[in-house]
Design a protein around this ligand. Structure first.
Ligand code: SAM
Length: 221
């Protein structure tokens, strides 16, 4: 009888770990397991109320989908603002068993983002840094498997060059506000031209929201 109970427990754990790969990792790390309902409610309550240069919901959903599709676990965001995109990414990472590092230079937006992460129930999945990303991106050790670049556009190519040696093969580098239809200028145009020139990256643009370039790293060189 005792053996049967142990067997049942192990079977339940196995089924759980297959259905929700992030849940057991989160629980064993003392984290809020799968904050689905809380996050959904927070995002739905705040629809249309993101006024700090935040991504539209379509891009949040896209980032979420990309992380789940790639089963990514080590993500970096450059440009937190008040945390809209970070909440979507952290939600996906709560399911993959991953974590997001996000950086912003502006103290008031950083503080608001921390509040939002708490309210959305995703703080455990986010390491938010108040810093100049020009320096911090160089210093971060990595490796990363997912990057979302959404800070100062004139620095896009530099961010890419600094982070790309730390991006795993199979990983994905995304950048916001990219048109890709010959209408990019300044930093966006410079970045897009550069990433498209690299043979080991495959780049497409998604137009569901504000224009997101999606570059997959296919090989090291
Ligand atoms: C377009 S907003 C980011 C929106 C955010 N991804 C969202 O959807 O909620 C750009 C942010 O980048 C930050 N930023 C600009 N230059 C930066 C720098 N050098 N280092 C860190 N953050 C920077 C700004 O303070 C601003 O909050």
């Amino acid at each position: 009888m005792k053996n049967l109970n142990i067997f049942r427990l192990l079977l339940t754990l196995l089924v759980w770990s297959l259905l929700f790969p992030g849940a057991l990792t989160a629980q064993s790390a003392g984290k809020d397991p799968l904050p689905d309902e809380r996050v959904k409610k927070f995002l739905s309550d705040h629809t249309g109320q993101w006024y700090d240069m935040n991504v539209p919901s379509a891009d949040g959903q896209l980032l979420y989908n990309l992380i789940l599709k790639g089963n990514y676990k080590s993500a970096l965001e450059i440009g937190t603002s008040t945390g809209h995109s970070a909440i979507w990414m952290a939600w996906a990472l709560s399911k993959t068993g991953g974590k997001l590092i996000t950086i912003d230079i502006d103290e008031s937006r950083y503080k608001k983002a921390l509040e939002n992460f708490k309210k959305a129930g995703v703080s455990d999945y986010i390491d938010a840094r108040l810093a100049n990303a020009h320096n911090l991106v160089k210093e971060l050790k990595g490796p990363f498997d997912f990057v979302f670049s959404d800070a100062d556009k004139e620095w896009y190519k530099n961010y890419f060059s600094d982070v790309e040696p730390k991006l795993k093969v199979g990983g994905c580098f995304t950048a916001h506000n990219i048109s890709g239809r010959g209408r990019d200028y300044g930093g966006q145009a410079e970045f897009l031209q550069y990433v498209r020139s690299l043979k080991n990256y495959e780049t497409t643009i998604n137009y569901d929201g504000g224009g997101l370039s999606i570059s997959y790293k296919k090989s090291e060189k």
